[in-house]
Design a protein around this ligand. Sequence first.
Ligand SMILES: NC(=O)c1ccc[n+]([C@@H]2O[C@H](COP(=O)([O-])OP(=O)(O)OC[C@H]3O[C@@H](n4cnc5c(N)ncnc54)[C@H](OP(=O)(O)O)[C@@H]3O)[C@@H](O)[C@H]2O)c1
Length: 265
Amino acid sequence: MFSDKTVVITGASSGLGEALAAGVAEAGGDLALLARDAGKLAAVAERCRGAGARVVDVPGDVVKAGDCERLITAALEEFSSIDHLVLNAGVSMWARFEEVENPELFSNIMDTNYLGAVNCVRPALASLKTGGGLITAISSVQGITGVPSHTGYCASKHALQGFCDSLRIELEGTGVDVLTVLPSWVQGTDLRARAYGGKGESIGGEARRHSGGAVPLDRLVQKVLRAMRKRRRRLYVPGYLRRGPLLKALCPGLLDRIIRKKVDR
Ligand SMILES: NC(=O)c1ccc[n+]([C@@H]2O[C@H](COP(=O)([O-])OP(=O)(O)OC[C@H]3O[C@@H](n4cnc5c(N)ncnc54)[C@H](OP(=O)(O)O)[C@@H]3O)[C@@H](O)[C@H]2O)c1
């Protein structure tokens, strides 16, 4: 499915990024991977090499434009072209707005989830245009609706969603497509434990457990890889979330009540 394709993935040291890298490797693709934790990233790269992929791993921070340029340069030096850019690196929060003691939390989340994506698209775009590539942004259903205790996270995903939807229109006719992925909660990643609490620290062991409705990681990976192959423009997981925008337009108060109930539970 990805044979002879080069796939660049940010945030590949754990969770969805790691699982997508493994899925691409098994499907015959080559990989350029970035995350800050060099040890964990090297272990993921080794696992993907074990599945037959050629892999270049670049320890780095998406907040730093220079690190994103190094990632793209390393991918081009190793593989000559980039077919897929997967914007996956992300951080979350779990605190109500009034509980946040240090407002830097909001800029940290915005810098990672939104500007981190911009930092990667800029240096990759020329190569993506040459080969008719695909940009896949791991957004969230929180990119189209509000959720309590997630003000900064929702804002960053709305920014990412708006950036991608605008970029898609600008790129019409260039051969480059843009896919945004909007999952609900996902089981089996580190996002929740590493989310910022009100004091700006990762909430770790205090993370709330997932409800039964959370999406299993392996199911999400299969759906994302399929949507990439089909070059879709938007993927909701689970699929019923695609009704969200209509509900928001027609009955916004009802949608708010449904979301509040889900989070309270
Ligand atoms: N889990 C969910 O419920 C859920 C739902 C919807 C959307 N998503 C989205 O899915 C994506 C992946 O999250 P996940 O659930 O797999 O969580 P995760 O296991 O915590 O993975 C996040 C990844 O992002 C990397 N990262 C964080 N900040 C970074 C930075 N500044 N520079 C480079 N890499 C950075 C982390 O690695 P390092 O710390 O090593 O840098 C890690 O590899 C995120 O964009 C998230 O918003 C998750």
